[in-house]
Write a protein of this length. Structure first.
Length: 331
């Protein structure tokens, strides 16, 4: 097979079963064809179970703010999930094709993550806007995102939201935590590193994000630790999905989130035999198994966060997958 690569996914928790690498030797896929077969939304009935209930999630945000107020944390990302069950199997190729057509710039993926005991094949599928790290020769690029606002579709309102995001001390502070940590880690491997002084705002079909594109030149590209996968492992989890300080944030997540994240907020991508590759943060994603779809979304909690606003932010982030399923009005 020409230019083989190792591709796979790594879960959020290294010690959990879903923290294991799920490798396969593949050829990087072309954009999917125009799949016109009926998707799961065509005449399909769905049941929706939030995990946890919205009120419990808001309570977890309040508890996180207490930790921040006591100085135990500067930031923690709290996630919640929706478990959707259809009355017919979900067709992953059509779901992936709709995600790609909705946002061709996203890092789209579908990876087999079937585990023992699964009643059917399990697929991690999504369209992430966030590049964890890429490597081409000696050049590395990372593009952390942190600080978000929902996209409205109204041009004037979106201009207001972009301006508010650019001037928000809360969002800029949240973003600074993530960009600084990514720059610090890459600085261990690079002789040159370019970090913009201020973030830009980038858009997806459903969200606006503060974005910093960090580039560097590796000191020793032949070092195995400098492969795309090695760099991704050194970076994961960034404060965009964990928090600051890292160990305390991971402990808070374990205490405050009732559900294991599985592959959500991990990383998905590929690495070639030469060490080049590309890894994205596993957000805007779902695990699909037969008739069930489990999707997750998180929000960064910092001083000044409001539980209702963080709940609304996670709901907005669900829209990427819910739109692709024809269920945008569910939350």
């Amino acid at each position: 097979m020409p230019e083989p690569v190792v591709a796979g996914a790594v879960g959020f928790r290294r010690g959990a079963e879903s923290g294991l690498m799920v490798p396969s030797v593949v050829r990087r896929a072309d954009a999917p064809a125009d799949v016109r077969a009926p998707g799961p939304e065509s005449g399909t009935s769905w049941s929706v179970t939030p995990r946890p209930e919205p009120a419990r999630y808001a309570d977890s945000v309040r508890r996180a703010l207490e930790l921040i107020g006591r100085g135990e944390l500067s930031k923690v990302v709290l996630a919640r999930s929706l478990e959707l069950t259809a009355d017919a199997p979900v067709w992953v190729p059509a779901l992936l094709a709709r995600l790609v057509r909705a946002d061709p710039a996203a890092y789209a993926f579908a990876v087999d993550v079937t585990a023992p005991g699964d009643p059917a094949p399990r697929t991690l599928v999504g369209a992430s806007p966030e590049l964890l790290v890429s490597r081409r020769g000696a050049t590395v690029v990372a593009n952390p995102l942190a600080g978000s606002a929902p996209r409205s579709g109204d041009e004037a309102l979106d201009r207001e939201r972009i301006a508010r995001l650019r001037g928000s001390a809360k969002d800029l502070g949240e973003h600074a935590h993530t960009a600084a940590q990514v720059a610090e880690v890459l600085g261990r491997f690079c002789v040159d590193l370019e970090v913009p002084a201020r973030p830009e705002v980038i858009g997806t079909p459903t969200m606006w994000h503060l974005s910093t594109r960090i580039t560097g030149r590796l000191a020793d590209p032949a070092d195995a630790a400098c492969s795309a996968l090695g760099l991704a492992e050194a970076l994961h989890p960034t404060p965009a999905v964990g928090g600051v300080p890292g160990p305390a944030a991971l402990g808070a997540i374990a205490d405050l989130e009732p559900e294991d994240r599985g592959y959500y907020a991990g990383m998905v991508g590929w690495t070639g035999l030469d060490g080049d590759g590309e890894w994205a943060v596993t957000i805007r994603s779902a695990e699909v198994c037969d008739r069930t779809v489990r999707l997750s979304a998180g929000a960064g909690i910092v001083a000044g966060s409001e539980p209702a606003a963080e709940l609304a932010e996670t709901g907005a982030k669900f829209r990427t997958l819910l739109r692709a399923l024809g269920l945008e009005g569910v939350v």
